[in-house]
Every structure is written in structure tokens, then in C-alpha cells.
Write a protein of this length. Structure first.
Length: 132
């Protein structure tokens, strides 16, 4: 590594080391100082104040996973708007048209998902086979 590159990344490395050290210190201190009194009530799974019923391994509808993936996809795509906003004045009309094209592509994907019914929760899930 050259001297300039090492100097450029030294603050980042120090930041990461301090963050990991602080996180480890907090974990160790909480395990040493905290009270350890396990009971049957404390070991039960917490379900928002509702008594847990049934098996935790019950299959979910695919729509839950589909909506989660769509959310992550559009969330990651929205992150690209921040760098564009930072350099918008330098890019002028070129940057505007490129971002307009980008947003139109995202909008086309959103409309496609809407037409396919990926966002429609009114239809009930397919009936399940009864357990034997």
C-alpha cells in the first residue's frame, strides 16, 4: 500500500476498530452487570402481549416474501437518488433527463407489479391442505 492510500483509509479503519471495540465492551459489560434470573415466563416467546398459539414453523403466504423483496428493491433503488441530488447542479439537463429515465423505469416496474397483482391483498390465499 502506498503512503497516501494508507493515510486516506486510516480514519475509516480507526472508526471501524473503535465501533467494534465499543460494541464488544457494551456486550461484555451487560453480561457481567445484568441480572440473570431466568423463569418460565421469561423464556416464553413474546407475541405482542398475546399468548402464543400453534407452531412457529407454520408456512406463510408467498405474498409476505414478495412484498418484502419489492420493498427492498425499491428501497435500494431510492438510495441512488441521493448521489444524483448531490451532483444535480453539475449535471444540469443531462442529469435531469437521466434521472427522469431512471424514475420512469422504476415506475414501469411498479405498474407491472401492480398489474400482476403483487400488491393486491384482497384475494385470499390458496386454501391449505388439512393436517393429518
Amino acid at each position: 500500500m502506498s503512503g497516501n492510500l494508507a493515510q486516506a483509509y486510516a480514519p475509516l479503519l480507526i472508526h471501524l476498530l473503535v465501533a467494534m471495540g465499543l460494541a464488544g465492551l457494551i456486550l461484555i459489560l451487560s453480561s457481567l452487570v445484568g441480572r440473570h434470573r431466568p423463569s418460565r415466563v421469561k423464556m416464553q416467546p413474546y407475541e405482542c402481549g398475546i399468548t402464543p398459539v400453534g407452531d412457529a414453523r407454520e408456512p406463510f403466504s408467498v405474498k409476505f416474501y414478495l412484498v418484502a423483496m419489492i420493498f427492498i428493491l425499491f428501497d435500494v433503488e431510492a438510495v441512488f437518488l441521493y448521489p444524483w441530488a448531490y451532483v444535480y447542479r453539475e449535471l444540469r439537463w443531462f442529469g435531469f433527463t437521466e434521472m427522469l429515465l431512471y424514475i420512469l423505469i422504476l415506475l414501469a416496474g411498479y405498474v407491472y407489479l401492480w398489474k400482476k397483482g403483487a400488491l393486491d391483498w384482497n384475494h385470499p390465499a390458496a386454501p391449505r391442505e388439512p393436517k393429518a
